[in-house]
Write a new protein. Structure first.
Length: 600
């Protein structure tokens, strides 16, 4: 009875849940149909019929709902498509209206225009996109293991990329496609072929074989230029020897009246100078042809070769044409120069006559002759320059006016202090007390010379302080050049320590020398040495001296030396007697060190 009740409840639950009759039958098979009475079977059959009818009704309602939902989705899709179509048509219309005004930005690789960009992408302007794509393609084309056929197209929901081994070369958007009247996929496929064709050309230009040939050509040109230089120098030496031999054979002094203008030695020097000038001109012409040729061998520098050739040739051409056109004026300048020269000689003769009192002028004293001559000579040469100037190339420019203004400015600023500094600067230049970069000591200022001008000298101290000193002050002060001493024979640095009398001086000397040798920057040849500078009441004073070659590290070497001295004396158990201390003599041991071999 209990088994029947459970089976009936189970079948009732399955029927209410809306399962099919097959499931009910399967359950009955499991439970056993014989265990159910006939009345239960009848109830099961009626329940099954009701459940099937309810399932069919629900299924029909679900199908109707699904059809309604699909219709709504189709309507939404149609509305979105219509909106996109209207938006696309509007964009296309705007682009068509801009085609006459907007010019695309070309992607130029090695002089070839591959395609154009019209639209922005990701905040990048068309100009930036073109530059980036051109740089990527140019860099890719120079790879020695380049495989142009490996370029492929990869599309996403937003862009279509042209790629090479996982690297994006160029990305195209729908806007790019609208400018080209095609889809972005079609545009990417078309430009992929263009890029592949360019990469094939670049591979032929930048391949290993072509690179090897260009390197061989480059070496051959260099060797040829070297041989030309050797031949030119050899010919010049031969010509120089022949010119020197002419001094005692065919050359004779060149004189004007009684004035010997050119003797044989001066003629030889002049001919050697002219031969040297011709040699340099020939070598310059060789370089003029060789340097552009070297640049033209490699594609990367071919444009630079033509540009460099134009830079060199255009000035040379202008100078050559100017020289040819200037020859008539040169004769005029020569005549003016010779006239002024002999006029100056005339005044020199008159000045000598007045100074010797062979010629007397009323109110003109003999001691005025030479100073007056110098003034007249200056005025004559200034007059000569004024006469020659119109015949000089470029005389119509404002150079002369600029020089006049400059001279007036110098005169107006020509105070005694300024002139004194300028003269002192010239004297310092020729005296060569120091040069740029030297470590010097000028009175109380120590540092490196960083600048020398006609007016001032600037020194940078070890604390990075730039001190500006007038040249007149430099001339009137004494200067110590540490760098020159270090370069020529080694600069000696020194430091003093005071040690008690209880420490043998040999031990102190040994420790000081070891400390100096362990200091970076101190040379061991010449070897450091120690001087006993004084025997004070309380302690002797020792001075260690060491040689250095780098005066720029003077402060650093001093610091390292002092540290090493402390380390060595501490390791040896020797006390440095600074500051002073006093040893009381009531029963204390004497400070006299024991003799060698004796114990304390």
């Amino acid at each position: 009875m209990k088994k029947f009740y459970l089976s009936f409840l189970f079948l009732l639950g399955l029927s209410v849940s809306g399962l099919s009759a097959q499931v009910v039958e399967k359950v009955l098979d499991i439970l056993g149909k014989d265990s159910l009475p006939a009345s239960a079977a009848a109830v099961t059959a009626d329940s099954d019929s009701v459940s099937l009818a309810a399932v069919r009704q629900e299924l029909a309602a679900a199908k109707l709902n699904e059809a309604n939902l699909r219709m709504e989705i189709e309507q939404i899709k149609l509305a979105a498509y219509a909106a996109d179509s209207l938006k696309l048509a509007g964009q296309k219309q705007r682009i068509d209206s801009l085609r006459q005004e907007v010019t695309g930005v070309p992607v130029v690789v090695e002089g070839d225009t591959l395609f154009y960009f019209y639209a922005k992408r990701g905040g990048h302007t068309p100009q930036q996109r073109a530059e980036n794509v051109a740089a990527d393609i140019a860099e890719l084309g120079k790879l020695l293991n380049l495989q142009p056929d490996s370029v492929y197209v990869e599309s996403s929901d937003i862009v279509t990329d042209v790629m090479y081994k996982g690297k994006v070369l160029v990305s195209f958007t729908d806007m790019d496609g609208l400018w080209e009247n095609c889809t972005r996929d079609q545009l990417a496929a078309d430009k992929r072929l263009v890029i592949m064709e360019k990469l094939h050309q670049m591979k032929e230009s930048h391949g290993l074989l072509q690179l090897g040939k260009r390197i061989v050509y480059f070496i051959l040109v260099l060797v040829g230029q070297y041989l030309l230089f050797r031949v030119t120098n050899w010919l010049f030496r031969k010509l120089k020897l022949r010119i020197v031999r002419l001094r005692n054979t065919r050359l004779k002094p060149f004189s004007i009246q009684d004035y010997e203008l050119l003797d044989t030695l001066k003629q030889v020097k002049l001919l050697v100078f002219l031969a040297s000038l011709v040699r340099y001109v020939i070598m310059f012409l060789q370089l003029l042809l060789t340097v552009p040729l070297l640049f033209s061998i490699f594609p990367q520098t071919k444009d630079l070769a033509y540009q460099l050739f134009s830079y060199i040739w255009n000035p040379v051409k202008s100078i050559f044409i100017g020289v040819v056109d200037y020859i008539p004026n040169l004769f005029t300048i020569f005549i003016i120069y010779m006239a002024v020269k002999y006029l100056v000689r005339l005044f020199r003769y008159l000045a000598d006559e007045v100074q010797s009192e062979h010629l007397k002028l009323r109110g003109f004293y003999p001691d005025w002759a030479i100073p007056t001559y110098h003034i007249i000579r200056f005025l004559l040469y200034a007059f000569m320059l004024a006469m020659i100037y119109p015949y000089l190339p470029g005389s119509n420019s404002g150079v002369f006016q600029g020089i006049s203004v400059f001279v007036g400015l110098i005169v107006s600023l020509g105070s005694s202090t300024v002139i004194g500094n300028i003269i002192a600067g010239l004297v310092i230049t020729y005296m060569r007390p120091f040069k740029i970069g030297d470590c010097i000591k000028l009175n109380d200022t120590t540092g490196n010379v960083v600048e020398k001008t006609p007016l001032v000298t600037r020194i940078r101290t070890p604390k990075n302080e730039v001190v500006t000193i007038p040249n007149s002050f430099v001339m009137s002060s004494h200067t110590v050049n540490f760098s020159q001493s270090a370069r020529e024979y080694g600069l000696i640095i020194h430091s003093e320590v005071s040690i008690g009398y209880d420490v043998p001086w040999r031990t102190v000397n040994k420790l000081l020398v070891e400390a100096a040798l362990n200091t970076p920057g101190v040379v061991d040849d010449p070897r450091p040495f120690v001087l006993s500078t004084s025997l004070s009441d309380w302690y002797p004073v020792y001075q260690v001296n060491a040689y250095i070659k780098d005066a720029d590290r003077l402060a650093e070497i001093y610091s390292d030396l002092h540290q090493n001295i402390q380390d060595r004396f501490n390791e040896a158990g020797v006390e440095i007697m600074s500051p002073h201390y006093m040893a009381v003599r009531d029963g204390n041991a004497s400070t006299i060190p024991p003799k060698e071999g004796e114990e304390e």
